[in-house]
Design a protein around this ligand. Structure first.
Ligand SMILES: Cc1cc2nc3c(=O)[nH]c(=O)nc-3n(C[C@H](O)[C@H](O)[C@H](O)COP(=O)(O)OP(=O)(O)OC[C@H]3O[C@@H](n4cnc5c(N)ncnc54)[C@H](O)[C@@H]3O)c2cc1C
Length: 376
């Protein structure tokens, strides 16, 4: 019997499990894949969570993270806005980050079960949760945390509303190196193109991560990814140069579809949700990972109170929903609104022009999508 079972061993699940294990609770993570794995993600992490992770004993800079302090935004025409990032962030691949965080979790006593897909979660008569994988016996736990990311078989199994609606977005990611300097090491650049945007920034080992979000329609129009890139992304001069001069490390990019930014719930069928399982912010805001970690911290506080019998189960659910909404609801709405400016030539030009001419607007945009430092 575990105190907590985290379903999904991404940043939300790993962070929550470390917090609970450090408090002396018995924690299991069940992850459907193995570590390390490449994930479709821009790999820029906002500094919001850096002091928190460091206090927890995990420092990404010990594993090759690179500081990112400058932001550049381009329109397809080549119009470029440059600005410092007030809080800044760092770059590290998910391949390295998730592996190192998982190993750190194990050191704290977390039991990590990989290559096991959770199929169903049920509540037994005594309120114990049973977590079923393909193994004969279920895992049993007092509390289950859903940290299974943006889209999972469990969303379908739980009949969550957002899962019924189709999403038009796809994500594509590459790792590449450059022989000549096309971008400074401390820059996170966001390049717009018709119906999408592409982030590029450095991660460990002199590698750059390039990751873009676009629509399925764009892809269908040109039949395959290389043709779509040549006909659409290359119209942005910065992207054209990167595609032409970059040394691409993988033969093919990593691709995901059905990326949904729809509103989700913070709980379903007696399972608390953290990270993307509770709601995903538009990637252009660059802080989905920070939000995943922050939500894990918020949920852990309530779970600990519940495990110590300081609050009832109902209070745990209510408190978390309240605090999640307070911290993230508005940011997600802003992310969705801002995203409507991207991928549209006229609106992205307008945004860059306004940003170039107004410091107030620049600060407003950053402060309304980013949070403050997460407190320990
Ligand atoms: C195109 C794109 C670019 C992005 N760029 C950035 C960026 O630059 N910066 C940023 O901060 N954020 C970015 N994000 C968002 C970021 O990737 C997510 O917000 C973050 O990964 C959420 O972490 P998580 O722990 O909630 O989910 P994940 O990291 O997705 O982890 C969920 C885990 O659950 C596992 N799982 C799923 N179902 C099951 C199951 N049934 N049983 C067991 N395990 C299961 C999965 O294998 C996975 O490991 C981007 C997203 C996209 C789509």
């Amino acid at each position: 019997m575990y105190d907590l079972i985290c379903v999904g061993g991404g940043l939300a699940g790993l962070t929550a499990s470390i917090i609970l294990a450090k408090e002396g609770f018995k924690v299991a993570i069940i992850e459907k894949n193995d570590y390390p794995q490449h994930k479709v993600c821009g790999e820029y992490i906002s500094n919001e969570i850096l002091p928190f992770w460091q206090k927890l004993g995990f420092d990404p800079f010990e594993h090759g993270a690179v500081a990112l302090t400058q932001f550049q935004l381009s329109a397809p025409s080549g119009n470029l806005l440059k600005m410092p990032l007030p809080l800044g962030g760092f770059g590290i691949s998910r391949y390295t980050l998730d592996l190192e965080l998982m190993q750190y979790a194990q050191k704290q006593g977390v039991e990590v079960f990989t290559n096991q897909t959770v199929r169903e979660i049920t509540t037994q008569e005594n309120n114990t949760k049973a977590v079923f994988t393909d193994e004969k016996m279920p895992f049993l736990g007092k509390i289950v945390l859903g940290a299974f990311g943006k889209r999972s078989n469990l969303d379908a199994q739980m009949k969550r509303d957002f899962f019924q609606k189709k999403s038009p977005y796809i994500g594509v990611k590459y790792h590449l190196k450059f022989d000549q300097k096309l971008q400074e090491d401390n820059v996170i650049a966001l390049h717009n193109f018709q119906n999408g945007y592409c982030g590029i920034s450095r991660v460990e080992n002199d590698v750059f991560c390039m990751c873009y979000l676009t629509t399925r329609n764009n892809l269908q129009k040109f039949g395959n990814i290389p043709e779509m890139e040549k006909n659409i992304l290359w119209k942005n001069v910065y992207l054209k140069e990167i595609f032409e001069k970059g040394n691409f490390i993988w033969e093919k990019p990593k691709v995901i579809n059905e990326v949904s930014f729809a509103t989700k719930s913070t709980q379903a069928q007696g399972v608390l949700m953290a990270g993307d399982s509770a709601g995903m912010i538009a990637p252009l805001c660059g802080n989905g990972m920070a939000m995943a970690v922050h939500s894990a911290k918020l949920i852990s506080t309530e779970i600990i109170k519940r495990l110590k019998n300081e609050i009832s189960e109902t209070e745990m659910f209510e408190n978390y929903t309240k605090i999640w909404n307070k911290n993230f609801k508005f940011r997600l709405q802003w992310g969705r609104f801002l995203q409507s400016f991207f991928g549209n030539n006229f609106l992205s030009e307008l945004l860059i022009w306004s940003g170039k001419n107004s410091k107030i607007l620049r600060n407003f945009l950053v402060s309304h999508t980013h949070g403050k430092n997460v407190e320990f």
